[in-house]
Design a protein around this ligand. Structure first.
Ligand SMILES: [Zn+2]
Length: 244
């Protein structure tokens, strides 16, 4: 017998404190068969990303596990005025289609913006929305949301800095810039991951080298002038293997 891919958990609403149910994908089914370089994942059965947003059926407050748990008075007031008062009761506790998943992320984004949620949370929501449009093959909307998420991730970087252990954020800034066609910026971010001695995350260093190579090919085939960093790196590589 096959296992139901979804199971339900109970969560408590951060706004009205009602307990409600939301679905999740079984951990054993969470392995993607393919992942894009910006971590957008593809699954044979249910996509766990469709179930990241939890929506309270009573008040409409939408959030993720990374959201702020305790809302202050100003946040409560802003949510009530801008979202809660207009909420028409809907139930998202069961299986979600791609369109429904998109609706949940849009509502989570609205709630996050209204309560001025942390940039990191907002960036993640925007990035997920871009992925949903990628699944739909809506390239224009995907591009728009990649740009928005890139802007938000830059804010995270500017506000929090990196201290050497934020290789994934730096890598992502490189990859998102590459995807929206800002190649020179992409080179700068990949270069930080590759050359910053404080960065020890081997997986991100490897990914940055790989995407740097992808970017280099992309720039050559588009007949773009390679930036200084790339020419330097080419020279270094030539020095290391003079026989070629
Ligand atoms: Zn609620």
């Amino acid at each position: 017998m096959e296992l139901e891919p979804l199971y339900k958990v109970k969560v408590t609403c951060h706004y009205c404190e009602t307990e409600y149910e939301t679905s999740r994908v079984r951990p054993s089914l969470k392995r993607p068969y393919r992942t894009d370089a910006d971590f957008c994942a593809y699954y044979k059965l249910e996509n766990p990303d469709f179930y990241v947003v939890r929506i309270c059926p009573h008040c409409g407050f939408a959030s993720t596990e990374n959201a702020t748990e305790h809302l202050n008075e100003a946040q409560r007031k802003a949510f009530k005025e801008q979202v809660g008062n207009r909420w028409v009761k809907r139930d998202y506790s069961g299986a979600r289609t791609l369109d429904q998943a998109l609706a949940t992320y849009k509502l989570a984004l609205l709630c996050a913006q209204v309560i001025q949620e942390k940039d990191r949370v907002v960036a993640g929501l925007l990035h997920h929305i871009a992925w949903l449009y990628r699944y739909m093959e809506d390239h224009a909307q995907e591009h728009r949301f990649l740009e928005f998420s890139l802007e938000a991730y830059v804010k995270v970087f500017e506000r929090e800095g990196t201290g050497g252990n934020e290789a994934k954020l730096l890598y992502l800034l490189g990859e998102l810039n590459r995807r929206v066609g800002r190649f020179n910026e992409a080179v700068q971010w990949f270069s930080k991951v590759i050359h910053d001695k404080r960065i020890t995350d081997a997986a991100m260093i490897r990914a940055s080298r790989e995407q740097w190579a992808v970017l280099r090919e992309q720039m050559i085939s588009s007949k773009l002038e390679l930036p200084e960093e790339m020419l330097e790196a080419d020279k270094e590589a030539a020095k290391r293997s003079p026989s070629k």
